[in-house]
Design a protein around this ligand. Structure first.
Ligand SMILES: [Zn+2]
Length: 495
């Protein structure tokens, strides 16, 4: 074969169907990279697309760039938005001329208005356009709901294994290897998958500790078996509330469907046999603080998971901020409350000013009321920064005008555009050193560990008031479509 020409790009969205409204194009536009700019990336950041670029360049493949778009988690994309994004991806693919392979970055829990499995729709549309013989492969987030409709059009899928997702690039390099072997005629990727009716608690997905570390070890063991070229486990994303929700296993072999099925089933059995291990009980902020103070390992970090901005929650819940002020828990900080109005007021007043300001609690009645603060504007920045922790190292982001507000010993960072705290880069831009606080609240479930674990004395995941509770029985699911564990203790594994 002449120099292979490989298309690279993606559409990524983690969709919380339980949230009201829809995600408009403006949210996707925040992190949209048109095809012509993709080639200008050095390919050194920890993302799937950068891993693909690096792997492709190392093999001296020609790259046919596609759009790469990554929307902040939230409600389903409007149909118009989905059609426009997919249309742009397919136009790019057509414009690039014939390709020998396609590498996509897809979340795996993407839904749009009227489309429960938007990732499956993207894969099928690409398959229809390139025809049956062009290898099509993708990498998915650990929080993916894999479906038959995603597996069928693809030649190989792989899933991240870590939470925080520090292995995005590594998984992309793995799939690039599979593409290389396939193009060289040494591999006929053959895939099998299983989906389990199982919801998985987010705190039990942290791969650095048991039981998740054992699940990852089991996946690696499967991957190392003779004949297996790739093994993956997806733990699902429940809040999309669709029939696609579930935990899944995927195995790729070299032209041996029977062996792929045996391994996918064996991993699924292993997970199902331990199903109670993947469920954690929820804790209130008050319970966690009492435990934390008794243990005395500071700073105590509260992961305000029900208002996790990274999962699509509004990120302006005020319960923990109000508790810090009421109980005089100092020095303390809440990172970050999404509140463009408060940030604008602080910027107008300037650094060092004292302002009367209402913080948070505006988006939803469950998340308020706003907290009135008479606060010093301790630090200001434009919110443009580059991540420096292991998860998104080297990735640029923008959260808009940002302010550090401080009332007595209680601090809060207000940002203008939703994002969860992943590492310390934004705090450092404000002149803040998180390890100097005794209590830290992060609006994140697991990814904050990328940068905050090294400074944390102890970590507690808590359910304050929020829209993404981990108490599954409290969530208003209506579309799961079947009995699921642990909502139904008697749910059957289904195979
Ligand atoms: Zn994820």
């Amino acid at each position: 074969m002449a120099v292979p020409r490989i298309a690279i790009g993606g559409i990524e969205h983690e969709t919380a169907g339980l949230l009201p409204g829809e995600t408009p194009m403006s949210v996707f536009d925040r992190r949209r990279l048109p095809a012509d700019q993709l080639l200008q990336r050095p390919g050194d950041a920890n993302t799937v697309v950068d891993g693909y670029l690096h792997g492709a360049r190392g093999r001296e493949w020609e790259i046919a760039p596609l759009i790469w778009i990554k929307g902040t988690s939230g409600p389903p994309a409007s149909r118009e938005t989905f059609d426009a994004m997919l249309g742009e991806l397919l136009d790019d693919l057509r414009r690039g001329g014939p390709v020998d392979g396609v590498l996509l970055s897809l979340h795996g829990s993407f839904a749009a208005e009227g489309i429960d499995d938007a990732d499956g729709a993207v894969l099928q549309a690409v398959r229809d356009q390139v025809g049956p013989d062009v290898p099509l492969m993708s990498v998915h987030d650990l929080h993916c709901n894999l479906t038959e409709a995603m597996i069928n059009p693809a030649d190989a899928l792989a899933v991240m294994r870590t939470y925080p997702h520090v292995d995005m690039r590594e998984r992309a390099l793995h799939v690039t290897d599979l593409m290389g072997e396939t193009l060289a005629g040494r591999l006929r990727p053959t895939m099998a998958f299983r989906q389990l009716p199982l919801l998985w608690s987010a705190p039990r997905m942290i791969d650095a500790e048991p039981p998740m570390s054992e699940a990852v070890a089991r996946v690696v063991e499967a991957n190392n078996r003779p004949g297996v070229v790739s093994a993956s486990l997806g733990v699902g994303y429940q809040w999309v509330d669709s029939p696609a929700v579930g935990t899944s296993t995927v195995v790729v072999t070299d032209d041996d469907l029977a062996a792929a099925r045996v391994e996918a089933d064996a991993m699924a059995d292993w997970v199902w046999d331990r199903r109670s291990d993947w469920i954690s009980q929820t804790m209130t902020p008050g319970e966690a603080l009492a435990l934390g103070d008794a243990q005395g390992a500071y700073p105590i970090v509260l992961a305000d998971q029900a208002d996790n901005t990274g999962g699509g929650a509004p990120g302006d819940g005020t319960e923990v901020l109000r508790m810090f002020i009421r109980d005089g828990r100092e020095p303390s900080v809440v990172l970050y409350v999404v509140d463009a109005e408060a940030a604008a007021q602080a910027h107008e007043a300037g650094e060092g000013a004292v302002i009367d300001v209402q913080v948070g609690g505006r988006s939803h009645t469950d998340l308020g009321p706003p907290v009135h603060m008479r606060a010093v504007v301790e630090g200001l920045c434009d919110g443009n920064f580059v991540y420096d922790g292991p998860m998104w190292k080297g990735v640029s982001d923008s959260v808009g005008p940002t302010a550090w507000l401080k009332q007595g010993g209680v601090s809060v960072v207000v940002i203008s555009l939703p994002q969860q705290p992943v590492d310390l880069a934004l705090c450092h831009m404000l002149g803040m050193e998180p390890k100097e606080f005794r209590y830290i609240c992060v609006k994140s479930t697991g990814h904050f560990r990328s940068g905050f674990e090294p400074v944390a004395g102890s970590i507690y995941n808590v359910d304050a008031k929020g829209l993404l509770s981990q108490s599954f029985s409290d969530l208003p699911f209506t579309r799961l479509g079947r009995a699921m564990y642990p909502l139904d203790e008697a749910a059957a594994k289904g195979f």
